[in-house]
Structure formats: structure tokens, C-alpha cells
Design a protein around this ligand. Structure first.
Ligand code: 0X9
Ligand code: ZN
Ligand code: ZN
Length: 433
């Protein structure tokens, strides 16, 4: 062979190898949050709110963790502190810092329990591989009453898995979606704990709960985002599908459902925003998969619960408007009260507030539970925002998994009992007639 051609080939091979090694290293690098702080700011006027929220347009420096119209939680990069303080002075607001260093919190969140422990449990958070392996064990151990299913594939080609738990034919159906937002780790930790309780608890009331409903539970819906939070950026929220019109990646899947999509400022059309609704409804394969699944089984589903964090809230429809309320709003509030009272009755004394999504939080259109309510006739439908109310926020230490999960179980028990009393758990359609 001509030595020049050989040389050229060697150069090309080494260049492409070099490039790919570099690229790998680049994407594997973890995002760090050293000295990032999180502040709580109580608004005094709507103007003040708008002015503070304007800061979040500078995405590198500010990230809005929470906003309910009366206060916000805002993460601030260390380099932006002077600007932040200037802004506070300008709008005459005061901020209370509740996290001094987000990176420290991230480093400590998952240290509970024995680190090298290979077994699955609820003393620390697990990654998708561990959750999948655990799910396989559960399905193998309870073949009579469980069935594994795959909703569909994510953008990056991962299976989105679910489990059905059914002890007898014809029970009312309860659908639980969890971890649609990637960083909300407490949701899948709680969902897996719940699955375990439903199958293993010897408590009479839990047995009754487990055996008198058909459960459809998706522990991790946003699988790509979830993996990304474990490997690259702990605070990632969206999916991982790139945009065709921007360098920004991902869509807020909880704005991507086909119901009042993009209405009333309840989502963003900017691909770089955390609440980007996507180029069109159902643009995200994860959302499409869930939408198709529920559409097929909607006659079986009496209740839909979407697990989120954080704020300790039960949010009913509507999400797209605070001007109108659903027909059975009073019932929805009564059922939510039952949940809240039950949780408050536990020794932790945790308080859950409740109301309609747009009413007590902010307009958010295209969310799962609103879509299920509006389009699929699932009349008991909530978003549940778990712990806490702004101490650790999204980075809730693993020691809180069990308390949060216990609250969720007792809450759901009360929610279903009240729904039953109000006759929402009867067969939805009468086929015979
Ligand atoms: O904004 C959201 O998607 C949810 N809050 S979170 O902090 N987990 O991101 C709240 C959604 C509630 N609104 C509707 N369901 N419409
Ligand atoms: Zn509409
Ligand atoms: Zn969420």
C-alpha cells in the first residue's frame, strides 16, 4: 500500500478516535453546583414578583425551583450574587437563604444506609438499572398478582416500564405516574415503596387497599431524564429530545399532553425554558406512550395520580385556568381533604394543602392529570407534590424517603375510601346495556 495513503488512514482513525474520546469525556462530566444558593422570597406585590421572575431569563445564573404567587424559591449561581442583591434592593424585597451550597446537599443526599449494599431498599435513592432489576425480582416473586408491561420507548430508546397489581378481576383502576420530572427522585422512591407495601404488607387495611383496586404504576416515566440526573445533572427536569430550532435540549413532559396545550401562559414556547411545551402536543415519545396506554384502558381507570415534588400539595384540575372549576370540584376538594387529614394524622404531622392547580399554584396547561380528567373522563385526578416545603427542595435527603412514602400510602388509602363513598369507584361504563 502507498505509504502516504496508509499515513492518511492512520491520521483519520486517530483523529476520529480522539474526537469520540473527547466527546465522551465531555458528556460524562458532571454538572456541579458549588456555592449555588437557594433563597425564599416572599412577594409583596405582583410587580415585585414579575421583576424577580425576570431574573430567571438568565438561565446560567438563576433557576426557579418553586413559585406559588405568594413566594418563590430561587437558585442563584455564586457569580450572580451581586446582581441578585442589586435586584432585591431595586424591588425592595428581602430573601431568606435556605440552602447555602447546593453541591454539598447533592453530595450528602444519598449517603444514608450502607453504601456498598447491593440490595434494594428505601434508605437511599436508586438509579434506573437498580430499579429495573428490582422490578424484575418483584415480578418473579409475585407472578400471580403482578404483570409487568412496557408503555413504550423513550427518545433515547429505553423501555418505559410499568407494573400492574391485581388480586381480582374487575376492581376499580388506579393509575400512578411517577418521575415524569427527572429530578424529582422522591417520586420513584415512593412509588417503588408503595409497590412493595401493596405486595408484602401484613397490615389488614393495606391488604384491603391492595386487593380491592387494580394498580397500574409507572415508577419512572421520564427514563432518559432520570438517567441524566444520575449521570450528568442532578437538577435536570425535562426529557432529553433535542430541539430542531434551538441548541437547548428537552421538553417539559408535564406541558406536552394534548389538552388545552399552551393555553393561558401555562407553558413556554421557548425550547430553553424549563416549562417548554414542545413543538406540538405529544411530541415526546414518553408522553405519547402514556397517552396511548391510558386511552386504551380509560374505561378501567377511576383514579389518576401524578407524583411530583416539592411543596406538599394536592392539585386538582383545572391547570389551564383559574377562572373556571370542574363540575365535581367540590367532590375533588372533599377527597383531597381526606388525603390531607390522613397525612396530618400521622406522628409527623405533615401539612398538605389542596386546591385546583391553576387556583393555588400557577396556570400549567398540558399536564398529565388535567389531560386525564378533561379528555379521558378520569374524574378523580390529582397532581401530588411531595415533601418538602422548601428546606431541601428537589434534593430531599434519602432519610425522608420512608416518612414521605408512609404519608403517601395513608393519604391514598383515605383518598380512595372517600372516592368510594362518593361513588367514583364504580365501573365506569355499563357495556351490557
Ligand atoms: O409545574 C409542574 O409541572 C408541577 N410542579 S413541579 O414543581 N413538580 O414541576 C405542578 C403541576 C400542577 N399543575 C397542573 N397539573 N396543571
Ligand atoms: Zn382550551
Ligand atoms: Zn414535577
Amino acid at each position: 500500500m502507498n505509504p502516504y495513503i496508509l499515513l492518511a488512514i492512520i491520521i483519520i482513525i486517530s483523529l476520529t478516535n480522539g474526537a469520540s474520546v473527547f466527546k465522551k469525556r465531555e458528556t460524562k462530566e458532571k454538572v456541579r453546583y458549588d456555592d449555588y444558593r437557594v433563597f425564599r422570597i416572599k412577594y409583596k406585590t405582583p410587580m415585585q414578583r414579575q421583576s424577580l421572575l425576570d431574573l430567571t431569563k438568565v438561565k446560567q445564573n438563576f433557576s426557579l425551583w418553586h413559585d406559588d404567587g405568594s413566594e418563590c424559591n430561587l437558585m442563584v449561581a455564586p457569580s450572580a450574587l451581586p446582581l441578585f442583591e442589586e435586584k432585591l434592593r431595586l424591588v425592595n424585597a428581602t430573601a431568606e437563604m435556605f440552602i447555602a451550597n447546593v453541591q454539598d446537599l447533592i453530595d450528602q443526599e444519598n449517603t444514608a444506609g450502607t453504601r456498598a449494599d447491593a440490595t434494594f431498599g428505601w434508605t437511599r435513592y436508586h438509579n434506573l438499572t437498580e430499579i429495573d432489576a428490582w422490578l424484575d425480582t418483584v415480578l418473579a416473586n409475585y407472578p400471580e398478582v403482578t404483570m409487568g408491561f412496557v408503555l413504550g420507548q423513550s427518545y433515547e430508546g429505553r423501555d418505559i416500564r410499568g407494573i400492574r397489581i391485581s388480586y381480582k378481576w374487575g376492581n376499580p383502576g388506579v393509575f400512578i405516574e411517577s418521575n415524569i420530572h427527572a429530578r424529582e427522585w422522591i417520586t420513584s422512591a415512593t412509588a417503588t415503596w408503595l409497590i412493595n407495601e401493596l405486595l408484602t404488607s401484613k397490615d389488614e387495611s393495606v391488604r384491603e387497599l391492595a386487593e380491592s383496586h387494580d394498580w397500574y404504576i409507572i415508577p419512572v416515566l421520564n427514563v432518559d431524564g432520570f438517567v441524566y440526573t444520575h449521570e450528568t445533572d442532578r437538577l435536570w427536569r425535562k426529557t432529553r429530545q433535542p430541539s430542531l430550532i434551538s441548541d437547548c435540549v428537552g421538553v417539559d413532559p408535564n406541558r406536552n399532553f394534548d389538552s388545552h396545550w399552551m393555553e393561558n401562559g401555562g407553558a413556554s414556547s421557548d425550547p430553553c425554558d424549563e416549562t417548554y411545551a414542545g413543538p406540538h402536543p405529544l411530541s415526546e415519545p414518553e408522553v405519547k406512550a402514556l397517552s396511548d396506554f391510558i386511552s386504551i384502558l380509560k374505561h378501567k381507570m377511576n383514579v389518576m395520580l401524578a407524583f411530583h415534588s416539592y411543596s406538599q400539595l394536592l392539585l386538582s384540575p383545572y391547570g389551564h385556568t383559574a377562572e373556571e372549576f370542574p363540575d365535581n370540584y367540590n367532590d375533588l376538594m372533599q377527597v383531597a381533604k381526606a388525603y390531607s387529614d390522613a397525612v396530618h394524622g400521622l406522628p409527623y404531622g405533615t401539612i398538605y394543602k389542596y386546591g385546583s392547580s391553576a387556583g393555588i399554584l400557577y396556570p400549567a396547561s398540558g399536564a398529565t392529570n388535567d389531560w386525564a380528567y378533561n379528555e379521558k373522563d378520569i374524574k378523580i385526578s390529582y397532581t401530588i407534590e411531595f415533601r418538602d416545603t422548601g428546606n431541601f427542595g428537589f434534593v430531599l435527603p434519602a432519610a425522608f424517603i420512608k416518612p414521605n412514602a408512609e404519608e403517601t400510602l395513608i393519604g391514598i388509602m383515605a383518598l380512595l375510601a372517600e372516592s368510594k363513598r362518593l361513588r367514583y369507584l364504580e365501573p365506569k361504563y355499563n357495556y351490557g346495556l
